[in-house]
Design a protein around this ligand. Structure first.
Ligand SMILES: *Cc1c(COP(=O)(O)O)cnc(C)c1O
Length: 487
């Protein structure tokens, strides 16, 4: 009877006295919990009235408790969460690009927790400049005259173009008018900077004299943009950076290279052959170049600009600098990352470590993981290992693959898309790839500690094994409540 069921709905006051609700009140505050209890009892009441909720009488409070817990858990869960990246894409832009090093994290903790000399000169005891941080370490690392850090590389491009070319023309090859993920379109940024784009050459071929013929008294800058996320292959041509610089200088123009990834070390020993280094760009004579802090460099999101002192000084004095300046946390994490490079401690940088993982190492780990998964889940999954490729991603080294071993999974009952969705719903969520109706996991981007979390997520998804657990391990219940991390 609907009426009896309606009467079985406990009062808000009595629900608030439930033992299971007390911890929520403590963590989230009474007002918030009261609001959720009201919302749940209201919907349950409406559903019973409409005949949409038909449960036994004594099931009503349990149903309310279940719904309340789901809502409170969702409320407590932060929007920005840690996830496990099992895609093998090292610089996954959607997953936050570069993980930070342990030393960068320590710097974040120290600087974030207290005050810092962000804009304070400790020797003179007076106001100092934010621009000085990271400057010295970048100068030493790259042999650059001067350096400047901004919020991201898109901001660097905007600042450079606005400072050096507002109202004038910038020459750029048609083949370099790029769009990268996250809707960064060079022509649009350029328009916002107030510089006028002068395209030269064709998509696949641009020669030095295409640039030369386009130079007029309105020209302010020659721009070279790195082909971040694509390759033009076949019948292609573009002048060397050295020749382009020589041409610019012959006409008294500066030459700017947007490097994109900002590789500080030569990564060709690991099979990434055509990613230019910042040092090479400077050695070729560019007057200014910019790159990201969180791509191959492996630091926090930042835009780094290095080049001639006179140009860097003009950039620093541009009022736009106030709009694109980095915060203290960025500077702290970036400086710590750069110092690791300066000391030659490359294996401290997670991105470089992941690039350097050998196919043998990854095969061994994939085999071991598959063994543990079989032991934990029995026949719930069809598991096979297959050769595959990881990529650096994030607009770096397009077309370059790093050899890896993939763990390919098929679930007995779930489709690949369903299994993928379950993995994303795990805590922490696991982000995988789907290839040919299989969910594939690449351990290159998964740390050994995260392997445990991933194994737990998969065991929860597998149907309960009941009494047939081979090692006598307790079977995981599919109904086990998701653990709530209240830290
Ligand atoms: C990635 C990239 C950018 C944008 O850098 P963000 O740090 O993401 O703002 C600009 N130019 C090139 C060539 C890039 O590859």
């Amino acid at each position: 009877m609907a009426v009896e069921r309606l009467r079985a709905i406990p009062s808000v006051e009595s629900i608030l006295r439930w033992a299971s609700v007390a911890p929520w009140i403590e963590r989230l505050g009474r007002a918030l919990v009261v609001r959720e209890v009201r919302a749940v009892t209201e919907t349950v009441r409406e559903e019973i009235r409409a005949g949409r909720l038909v449960v036994a009488l004594d099931e009503v409070p349990r149903e309310i408790e279940r719904r309340l817990r789901a809502r409170l858990e969702a409320l407590e869960r932060p929007s920005l969460r840690r996830v496990i990246n099992a895609t093998g894409v090292i610089l996954h832009t959607n997953l936050g690009r570069a993980p930070l090093s342990a030393t960068a994290l320590r710097a974040l903790e120290q600087i974030g927790a207290g005050y810092a000399n962000l804009e304070y000169d400790l020797v003179r005891g007076e106001r100092g400049r934010r621009e000085v941080h990271c400057q010295e370490v970048l100068r030493r690392l790259l042999g650059a005259e001067a350096a400047l850090v901004v919020n991201n590389n898109a901001a660097a491009v905007l600042l450079v173009l606005n400072t050096l070319a507002e109202g004038g023309e910038v020459l750029v090859s048609r083949g370099e008018l790029i769009e990268i993920g996250g809707a960064f379109r060079l022509p649009e940024i350029m328009a916002k900077s107030g510089a006028i784009l002068r395209e030269v050459g064709t998509t696949n071929r641009t020669r030095l004299d295409d640039y030369e013929r386009a130079i007029t008294e309105r020209t302010r800058l020659i721009l070279r943009a790195h082909w971040s996320n694509f390759r033009i292959i076949g019948f292609t041509e573009r002048p060397s950076l050295k020749d382009l610089v020589a041409l610019a200088h012959r006409y008294g123009l500066p030459c700017y290279e947007d490097l994109g990834s900002g590789c500080l070390v030569d990564v060709s020993p690991w099979g990434i052959s055509d990613e230019p280094t910042v040092a090479q760009s400077l050695a070729d004579g560019v007057d200014v170049c910019s790159f990201s802090g969180d791509k191959l460099l492996g630091g926090p999101q930042a835009g780094i600009i290095v080049g001639r002192a006179a140009i860097i000084e003009r950039l620093a004095r541009n009022p736009l600098m106030r709009v694109v300046r980095p915060d203290k946390l960025t500077l702290a994490a970036l400086e710590a990352t750069l110092r690791a490079y300066l000391a030659g401690r490359f294996d401290e940088v997670p991105v470089l470590r992941m690039i350097a993982l050998t196919p043998e190492h990854l095969r061994r780990r994939a085999r071991a993981f598959a063994r543990r998964l079989r032991r934990a889940c029995g026949a719930a999954f069809h598991i096979r290992l297959k050769e595959g490729v990881s990529v650096t991603g994030g607009g770096s080294a397009p077309g370059v693959g790093l050899q890896t071993t993939l763990i390919a999974l098929r679930h007995q009952q779930l489709s690949a898309h369903e299994l993928d969705a379950r993995l994303r719903a795990a805590d922490p969520p696991v982000i995988a790839r789907i290839e040919e109706e299989e969910v594939v996991l690449d351990l290159r981007t998964v740390s050994p500690e995260e392997e445990r979390d991933m194994l737990r997520a998969l065991s929860t998804i597998a149907p309960p094994l009941r009494d047939e657990s081979p090692d006598g391990e307790p079977p995981h219940s599919a109904h086990e409540p998701a653990r709530v991390d209240s830290r």
